[in-house]
Design a protein around this ligand. Structure first.
Ligand code: ATP
Ligand code: MG
Length: 570
């Protein structure tokens, strides 16, 4: 069995308001046809399904317009960032199928590489009277910032001269002051209705070790100041970000405009465009909260198959193609909303249906004894590798006297309309023989421990005359002596509530206690050759993947990705 994946590099993409802006820019020759986007994660955690939306959007737009998307690590918070996170981000974006290589140019960037430039630009702003060192306490600054209904009040230090400010700022860099003693603020408008424009802090003192720059710096630039400048340095044309930054756009534009006036950047300047964040039901898309799940051991690490992280989704068995398809389906909009987890699951089914080889698995085994089949004998049955692709050939597996069937496929006293095994009823063993149930064995507690039947030798699937048997039930099975016994992990949604953290709820209180069930299952012998990350469909049960970490050669362990139908809540 081979593993085929549908990458979707050429998938058609629906138009959206962002593409409309780019089309308009192209018509006006604003960027001479150039399109450069960037995906700018902070390396303070693992990427999640929400980031996938941003990745597919940014890289997808660049691809479709013949441009390039940069991967930029936005690493200006020394305390929380690490190389482990950088590596995982790089790997996740690559796994999703995207590249930041264009020709021989590698567009992988780190905001921390711009520290010196960012610092020099700050000095330029100071010299031009556009930034000042403020020495109020954090509390005074907060109070003087005003509120939505109340204008801010100027700091007593707002009128420092450029020379004074430059001296103080240089001494801040030199480490002469304690954390919190001074900050550098942009000098904009303390009475602006937009609080982000009331002289925002652009530098603060932090005696923190940075995972890349070490102890070189003790002043660190703020996000709003760093981001727009990084975009401009890299020549980004369209800077796509989530809606919460809409109110920050005037600041983005202000910083770049000031530096353009100072001759540091050429126009046109990068344009920030906002789109809605992705929220997926039964999942959490906040790195901070995901970190809590990991550190408090509510899950088995970042790549726990129940996690909505990209490493978790990958380990669960989601394919890059399924995630890209999902992102296409949800589209891009200007209004925040919740997307049903079922949409992601359906994308996986749609991605794998056409490619995943089929196999048989009995997950809740019950012995079936074919009394009229000679003990010690066996014969071969065959089934298509894929029912819609006869060219992919067939797979074979043995039939013998003792088989495993699903416990739910037998009912001694069946309800009306039950077509599977019960005493006196005939069913077809899928790709095998028609059998008639003759009874069952029970233990002292009355539990059924084995079912008995007789088979009809002339009913074998694919042989002449086998269609003369008309039966309503068709159940799957594996030969007990030949089956591959494997651990199968049946995952379900991590949370029992569709919006686990809505309204400030403690999401830990709505963890689904049944989100992971491990069973010993009996699989068609051929399943033993599956390699780590190979996908298959166990007929009737859903899509599965050989676990990436725990599968050994010749000894795969399987994760259920999704069932065949959306049965949640039924
Ligand atoms: P978190 O709050 O989980 O830390 P973040 O937004 O701070 O998320 P970043 O690393 O700063 O995470 O995000 C990188 C990029 O991914 C940003 O452009 C951000 O807007 C985008 N992004 C993050 N979460 C989502 C989401 N849920 N939907 C769409 N885009 C997202
Ligand atoms: Mg962030």
């Amino acid at each position: 069995m081979s593993n085929e994946r549908t990458e979707r590099p050429d998938a058609p993409t629906a138009s959206n308001f962002i593409r409309n802006v780019i089309d308009e820019d192209n018509r006006n020759r604003k960027w001479a046809g150039r399109v450069e986007t960037r995906f700018p994660p902070e390396p303070n955690g693992y990427l999640h399904i929400g980031h996938a939306k941003s990745i597919c959007l940014n890289f997808g737009v660049a691809r479709d317009y013949g441009g390039v998307c940069h991967l930029r690590l936005d690493d200006t918070n020394p305390e929380k960032e690490s190389m482990e996170y950088v590596d995982s981000i790089v790997e996740a974006v690559r796994w999703l199928g995207y590249t930041w290589q264009q020709g021989d140019k590698n567009h992988l960037y780190f905001a921390s590489d711009y520290y010196e430039k960012l610092y020099q630009f700050a000095e330029i702003l100071i010299e031009r009277g556009k930034a000042y060192v403020d020495s109020q306490s954090a509390e005074e600054m907060r109070v003087n910032r005003g509120s939505l209904t109340e204008s801010g009040r100027a700091s007593p230090f707002r009128s420092r001269t450029p020379a004074e400010n430059l001296d103080l700022f240089r001494r801040m860099r030199a480490g002469e002051f304690a954390e919190g003693e001074h900050v550098l603020r942009a000098k904009i408008d303390m009475s602006s209705p937009n609080i982000n424009m009331r002289d925002p802090v652009i530098y603060r003192i932090r005696f923190a070790h940075h995972y890349r720059t070490g102890d070189t710096w003790c002043v660190y630039p703020m996000y709003d100041y760093t981001h727009c400048i990084s975009d401009a340095i890299e020549g980004i044309t369209h800077s796509l970000c989530t809606l919460e930054f809409e109110d920050h756009r005037p600041l983005y534009d202000w910083v770049l405009d000031e530096l353009a006036q100072a001759g540091e950047f050429k126009r046109p300047l990068p344009q920030q465009i906002e789109f809605a964040r992705l929220n997926v039901t039964y999942a959490i898309t906040s790195k901070r909260k995901l970190l809590q799940l990991v550190t408090e051991n509510h899950v088995d690490g970042w790549d726990d198959p129940r996690m909505p992280t990209l490493v978790g989704l990958r380990r669960r068995g989601f394919t890059p193609g399924s995630i890209q398809l999902f992102c296409e389906r949800i589209g891009v909009s200007k209004a925040d909303s919740w997307i049903d987890m079922g949409v992601l699951e359906q994308s996986l089914r749609d991605d794998l249906d056409n490619v995943a080889p089929r196999a048989t698995a009995v997950l809740d085994p019950l012995k079936l004894i074919v009394d009229n089949y000679p003990a010690g004998s066996e014969e071969t049955c065959s089934a298509p590798v894929h029912p819609h692709h006869p060219e992919r050939g067939s797979r074979t597996f043995p039939f013998s006297r003792e088989l495993w069937i699903e416990r739910e496929d037998f009912d001694e006293h069946p309800p009306k309309g039950y077509f599977r095994l019960f005493p006196g009823n005939k069913v077809r063993l899928r790709y095998g023989f028609v059998i008639e149930c003759t009874g069952c064995d029970k233990d002292e507690n009355g539990n059924v421990v084995a079912v008995h039947c007789n088979y009809f030798p002339d009913s074998k699937s694919g042989t002449e005359g086998s269609n003369n048997y008309k039966v309503k039930g068709n159940i799957h099975w594996v030969s007990a002596t030949h089956a591959y016994e494997a651990e199968v992990r049946l995952y379900d949604r991590l949370f029992a509530e569709p919006q686990p953290d809505a309204g400030g709820r403690d999401y830990l209180t709505v963890l689904n206690p049944n989100s992971k069930r491990v069973v010993k299952a009996f699989l068609e012998p051929g399943a033993a050759v599956m390699n780590a990350e190979d996908h298959l469909q166990f007929e009737r049960h859903g899509y599965f993947v050989a676990d990436k970490i725990d599968s050994q050669p010749g000894k795969p362990v399987f994760n259920r990705i999704v069932s065949l139908k959306d049965s949640w809540g039924r």
